[in-house]
Design a protein around this ligand. Structure first.
Ligand code: 4IP
Length: 148
């Protein structure tokens, strides 16, 4: 009985989380209005920020600390938090695939490049989950979205 209740709560939570990403136009406008006070809003190109956080992006020998934004669109935008300038974007496509390595490290595979990212706080699985959800919403017929 307890297990049944837990399962019910779990399914309910999953549904709620899905709705957060599948925003209606009016919800989007409301969220955008609230977001204007967010210092990262200017980088989001008038899209709703669904998830944000500091990650280290490795390229070659070195890793750079960046603020990563997942927005409706969907887009994955990374910003230099010291200079406060946008450094780039991870390109979205049906072929984008996200792969967790451990609690800190995750990869975002795109046709031309694999992005090596690490979340120093150890929430890599949240990133993987969020990106996969957005991928499934945007490319419902794609079967390459998940490796988990
Ligand atoms: C840079 O290394 C940074 O990692 C850049 O990241 C990266 O660009 C560069 O790769 C790489 O050479 P150094 O800072 O040690 O020179 P960022 O743009 O976040 O600053 P991207 O954006 O592509 O990861 P190249 O190959 O893009 O130049």
């Amino acid at each position: 009985r307890l297990l049944g209740m837990e399962l019910g709560t779990y399914i309910e939570k999953k549904t709620v989380v899905k709705n957060i990403y599948d925003l209606s136009e009016s919800e989007k406008q409301k969220r955008l209005e609230q977001q204007k006070s967010d210092k990262w809003h200017v980088f989001a190109d008038n899209e709703v920020i669904l998830k944000k956080g500091y990650i280290n992006k490795r390229k070659g020998l070195f890793a750079r600390k960046r603020m990563l934004l997942l927005t409706t669109g969907p887009r994955l935008i990374y910003i230099d938090p010291v200079q406060m300038v946008k450094k780039g974007e991870i390109p979205w496509s049906g072929e984008l695939r996200v792969e967790p390595k451990n609690f800190k490290i995750f990869f975002v595979h795109t046709p031309n490049r694999t992005y090596y990212l690490d979340d120093p706080d150890g929430y890599s699985l949240e990133w993987v989950d969020s990106i996969e959800r957005m991928h499934k919403l945007t490319y419902p017929d794609s079967d390459t979205g998940a490796t988990t």
